[in-house]
Structure formats: C-alpha cells, structure tokens
Design a protein around this ligand. Structure first.
Ligand SMILES: [Zn+2]
Length: 441
C-alpha cells in the first residue's frame, strides 16, 4: 500500500513534514520520503496530520461499562472499587468478549492501534476456574482481533485479596505463581497478539510469588507490568507489612528491568524513582483515571528528569481521549507547580506512541520510519478544533486541543481499520449500547 500524507510527524522535535510518501509492505513500513509535492497515481491520500498509531498501555476494557455511573458517588478510590467489583462479578466470557470488543473499537476510533489490556478477571463467579481456565483471556484476544487492534494481553497474577477479601476477588485468583505461569503459557498468540505478565499489585501478590512472575517474564523476554503506589494507603499497608515501598519490593524481587512498566506511580518516593530509572523501566501514567479516582498527580517531570521512559493509559476508560492523556502530563503539573513548558508537544506525543509500544513489547512500533510497524492515525486538521493552526504548530495543536473525534483514519498492520471516522467492521455505538446493557441491566 502506498500512502501520501499531507503532513506527517516523523517523531523528532521538528515540525511535521509536508508531502510524506509512506510505502507499506504487509504490516511494515518499507520506505518514508518527504517533500513529495503531489500524491502519485494509485496512492491513498491521508489529509490532515498523520501520526504513528497510539498505544494505550494500560486498559481494563470491561470497566467501560461504569462510565457515567460512578461520578455521583462520594468517597474515594475504595468506594469506586466496590462498584467495579459488582460489575466484575456479573461478567462471563460472552459478555467479556462483547464489552471488550466494543471498548477496543471505541479506542480504534480514537486513533489507538495497540492496547495493553491488564487482565485479571479469570474465573467463574463462584471462584472456580472455567473449563478452559483462559476462557476470559481468550475472549479478550478475540475481541482485539474483531475490533482490529494490536494487543498485548498482560495477564495479571492475583493471589490474595488482603485482610478482608471481597467474594468477587475469588474470580481473580490463581492458586499460586507457578499455576499462574502454567495457565499463561496456554494462552493463544498471533501476529497481532503478544502475551505479557503482570503483578496485579503488592496488595495481591506476596514478594516470593512476584519473583516467580518476574522470572517467567525474563525467561520469555515479555513485558512485565504492575500497579504501583496509586494510593497512599497502598504504600502505608506495604510499609506496615514488609517495611518497604511497593517499588522497593519489586526491586528486591528482581522485577525491575527495561521490560518493566510501573502503572500510575502516583505516590512514589525519590528513591523509588531512582530504582526505576536505574533499571531503565517505564512508567505508565493514566491521568484521566487518576483524576476520576482522586488518586493524585503523577510525578511525570520527576520521572522524565530521572531518565524513566513514559507511557500513557486510559485505565478505567472513564473517557477514551488519548490527546487528553498526553496533554495532562503537562497540564496537571502546571496546576501543581505554577510553571508552563515542562514537556514539548513531541515528548507528550512520544509517550502516547513509541513509549507505549516499547512498554508493551513492540519496540518497532509507534514511529513512522523504515522498518517500523505500519500502524498510523490521521487527524483532521480542518475541523472546528484545529482549523487555523499553522502547519508548523499543528503537532502542539493536536496534543493540546485535539480530541478523539478528530481522528479520521486509522491503519493497523498496513490495513485500514477506521476510514473517514467509521469503523470498517463494527457499528461501535450499537456494540457499546448492547454490551453495556447486558452487564448492567
Ligand atoms: Zn489499572
């Protein structure tokens, strides 16, 4: 496939290049040229600004069904979690498939080409494994394929539910880390699917079991993710029991490496940041969820300055607005620091693209260059939000004012998934309506 882009961001600090000709050979970009004044005969024309496909590095797709239903609730993260558990208690493999497919398709419409699904609902409601113990994970894999997105399934090891476990948590359990590893080995793989590991949190996995998961990930060169320090109470509980922060425990367990991604890292210490940076780890912030759950402001600048790589996730999918996640790294810290200009537009967009692809184990994606994965998104720059911005400033314009609704075309592995704002395989609004109704009544 030959694509001619009016403007394309080639990943550096330069303004978007004009007249960019991209030749795709199957799922890879074969060549990239710029300064090509006119589309050659037979080329597909992408108007507006073309960027690499967006990687949503942290999602729990089923939580999409909670959108708009929790905001009147007072309380904290912990009261929200009760509502999330009620929803998790009603899922089965069919409803998991339908809801996840619809949510992934909504992401595709927003320019997302790769999803990291942090998956922890494994068992039937009574806590007994399904006949296929991976029935729920396989539903997620089918959902991604049907929604047309690339997937890293981060299967979460979740072994215990704390001092006062909720009955729903039995759905998340494996009998031990070795049993978790054996189950995960049996998950399907595919050209658009990778399997990664996750330690749900140090609330749910003892240190010796976390070490088993870390060794599994190392032996498979797989990405390893963990929820880390989302809430102050989580840090306090960890210090009370183990005398260390979650990040320090993960360090002792051998979990920190360049394949490791800390999710949230909202309340981490300077020493935690040093450990993550020394290991070459990534941090995935999820600003819209962290706002929604009153978690706090993630230390994006401190992480970046220490040398940590950054990625972004929509987490609870309370909204799916990748540009909002990007600009929030800068804007949320502006509110706290009183300073502007902490990140460049390119840095913010890199966190949403190449940063996420690296975190999810696809290091050749999230960039537009020879040999990269042919995952792309085209942003309409003539619509009400971005019209009038000079071409040289359209990257900043898209990051600071763009919306999911501005994404016009999306290409995954060299094939159109979204064209002219329409998902080519699914009626996404209908899929969302039906699948949400099925689990909420
Ligand atoms: Zn999460």
């Amino acid at each position: 496939m030959l694509l001619w882009c009016e403007l394309a961001w080639l990943g550096d600090e330069d303004p978007p290049a004009g007249g960019v000709l991209i030749e795709c050979d199957g799922e890879r970009i074969w060549s990239v040229d710029h300064g090509v004044a006119q589309a050659p005969t037979g080329a597909e024309v992408l108007h507006g600004l073309v960027i690499p496909g967006i990687a949503n590095a942290h999602s729990h797709a089923f939580q999409r069904a909670l959108r708009g239903r929790t905001h009147a609730t007072t309380g904290s993260f912990w009261t929200w979690r009760r509502q999330m558990y009620e929803l998790a208690g009603r899922l089965d493999p069919d409803s998991m498939l339908a809801l996840t497919r619809a949510c992934f398709a909504e992401m595709a419409l927003a320019g997302v080409t790769l999803v990291g699904e942090f998956h922890y609902v494994h068992r039937a409601p009574d806590g007994v494994p399904y006949e296929d113990p991976n029935a729920m994970g396989e539903a997620v894999i089918v959902a991604a394929s049907e929604a047309g997105v690339r997937l890293t399934l981060l299967d979460a090891c979740y072994l215990h539910g704390g001092i006062d476990p909720d009955p729903v948590q039995r759905r998340f359990f494996d009998p031990g880390a070795e049993a978790w590893a054996a189950r995960v080995e049996a998950l399907s793989r595919g050209s658009l699917v990778r399997i990664g590991a996750a330690i749900h949190s140090m609330r749910a996995v003892h240190p010796e079991s976390a070490a088993v998961v870390a060794r599994w990930a190392e032996s498979r060169s797989a990405p390893l993710h963990a929820h880390v320090s989302e809430q102050p109470a989580e840090n306090e509980a960890c210090r009370d029991v183990y005398g260390a922060t979650p990040t320090a425990l993960l360090h002792f367990d051998g979990a920190l490496s360049e394949r490791f991604t800390a999710i949230h890292a909202t309340h981490i210490t300077d020493e935690d940041i040093r450990l993550l940076a020394e290991a070459g780890a990534c941090c995935c912030l999820c600003p819209t969820t962290e706002r929604d759950l009153a978690d706090g402001i993630g230390p994006a600048t401190r992480l970046r300055d220490a040398g940590c790589r950054l990625a972004l996730g929509s987490d609870s999918n309370a909204v799916i607005e990748p540009f909002e996640e990007s600009r929030a790294l800068e804007l949320d810290e502006r509110l706290a620091s009183g300073s502007r200009g902490l990140f460049t537009g390119s840095e913010l967009l890199r966190a949403a693209t190449a940063g996420g692809y690296e975190s999810l184990g696809w290091p050749s994606g999230g960039v537009i260059r020879e040999g990269a994965l042919a995952d792309l998104a085209a942003i309409d720059t003539d619509g009400v939000r971005l019209v009038g911005i000079p071409p040289g400033q359209l990257l900043d314009g898209a990051v600071f004012a763009g919306a999911a609704a501005d994404v016009r075309d999306v290409i995954v592995a060299g094939e159109f998934v979204v064209r002219d704002r329409t998902h080519l395989k699914l009626d996404v609004a209908r899929e969302l309506a039906d699948s949400i109704a099925a689990v909420t009544g």
